[in-house]
Design a protein around this ligand. Structure first.
Ligand SMILES: [Zn+2]
Length: 421
């Protein structure tokens, strides 16, 4: 048999290029320009060209479009010593909004965030019917109600939805406390795009929570951090160099299913002794229920903590004892600036967990001259995952790909067509 040579595969950097489709390149470059202005606040055209590595002509064309469409506004001229002072551009807060929706097992949180990153509306509604139709109906109603408030920009640029992960794991479909029965194996993105009437990006709750904390909470001044998220189970979001780390299939950070107790409690994932069987909202309510506590509302649990309820204190001690070495492991793996605990756990209980972890096990984070604590409670509370979700429609298509701009430009220049916009 003759030996056939395989066609040469493109170099790796080419394989991530936006592609040669001019429409896609154009919309990509528009989003890059918009995001660059959004991140920097006020920029002149030449600043934008320098930051995005697009040509002055390309930037000029894109800016003209974005101003005409109401995404950018001109803010007058900057004072300079000599020459033509540049017109500065800013995002138009009223140019549009993105929606963030968190579908949890017992509630749906909806937020609307404008182009300047300001929260314009927020709602939390109890979720009783977790069937596909029930979730579709409530999510659509909540989004419509949020958008109906007076004085909000009409344009909706997309919607990020967070649901409990993991996604599409063989033999792990019933992971956790069976978050949303009926949704396993379904195309959640498609089902929710239909229900909400806007393009939907799906993310797992812990990753979205880390993005929310990064944009709106404690993580604002941090580039590298881990966030342990108390959601339907126990998740982990990892921000590396300012970007969420998702893994190859969007399932990175499924920390709740790391076994921490030899021959421990059986878990729905099929293993025994998983971390989230001991350290999660589900584990806490299970413990309190077994101790005869009927009212498991967050406020009530906080009250029990104040009263020194023995079952609650015992749970905190055990959960903290199991979490502490896992956090030290995260520190050794990722060398983060800090580890944040957040999500649906009452704040007082999170504080108690952190206090009970002390003294923390030795890890690479145990160094002199630390300016921030190794472990701290998040600042965005119950909205955190929904806020991260609201950033997805913009973040997903723009921010992680800023390095591709140069590539698009190179390709365009190489064949003499100039940059496509
Ligand atoms: Zn498990």
């Amino acid at each position: 048999m003759p030996h056939h040579r395989q066609p040469p595969s493109p170099p790796p950097s080419r394989s991530v290029a936006v592609g040669t489709n001019p429409e896609r390149t154009r919309s990509h470059n528009r989003r890059v320009v918009l995001e660059t202005v959004r991140q920097h606040g006020l920029l002149g055209r030449s600043d934008i060209a320098a930051l995005t590595r697009l040509t002055a002509q390309a930037v000029s064309n894109i800016v003209a479009e974005l101003v005409a469409e109401g995404f950018l506004v001109e803010q007058g001229r900057r004072r300079t010593a000599r020459g033509q002072p540049p017109v500065e551009l800013a995002v138009n807060p009223d140019g549009g909004m993105t929606a963030g929706v968190e579908i949890a097992t017992d509630h749906i949180t909806t937020v609307l965030v404008d182009l300047a990153g300001k929260i314009r509306a927020q709602r939390i509604a109890p979720l009783g019917d977790v069937t596909i139709e029930g979730v579709q109906r409530l999510a659509a109603t909540e989004l419509a109600q949020a958008r109906g408030a007076a004085g909000l920009p009409k344009r909706l640029l997309g919607c990020g939805v967070v649901m409990p992960g993991p996604f599409e794991v063989e033999g792990m479909s019933s992971v956790g406390s069976s978050p949303l029965p009926g949704w396993a194996g379904q195309d959640a993105g498609q089902l929710l795009t239909e229900a909400l009437g806007t393009p939907v990006t799906i993310e797992n709750d812990a990753t979205a929570a880390a993005v929310g904390e990064h944009l709106h909470g404690l993580g604002r001044n941090l580039r590298h951090f881990c966030q342990i998220y108390f959601g339907a189970g126990l998740g982990l979001g990892v921000i590396i160099a300012g970007q969420p780390y998702r893994g190859a299939f969007g399932n990175a950070g499924e920390i709740g299913h790391i076994p921490v107790v030899l021959r421990g409690l059986a878990c729905a994932c099929g293993q025994e002794g998983c971390l989230e069987r001991y350290a999660s909202v589900h584990a806490l309510t299970e413990t309190l229920r077994a101790a005869g506590v009927a009212n498991l509302e967050p406020d009530e649990i906080t009250k029990l903590y104040g009263q020194g309820h023995p079952a609650l204190l015992g749970w905190i001690e055990q959960a903290a004892g199991l979490l502490a070495p896992v956090i030290a492991m995260l520190e050794n793996l990722f060398d983060p600036e800090t580890v944040i605990l957040g999500g649906g756990m009452p704040e007082g209980v999170i504080d108690a967990l952190i206090a009970a972890m002390s003294p923390q096990p030795i890890s690479v984070a145990n160094r002199p001259g630390r300016t921030i604590p190794r472990v701290q409670r998040g600042a965005t509370g119950r909205l955190t995952a929904a806020l991260g979700a609201a950033a997805l429609p913009l973040l997903d298509t723009i921010t992680p790909k800023l390095d591709r701009v140069a590539l698009v430009q190179d390709e365009a220049t190489a064949d003499g067509t100039g940059p496509a916009v």
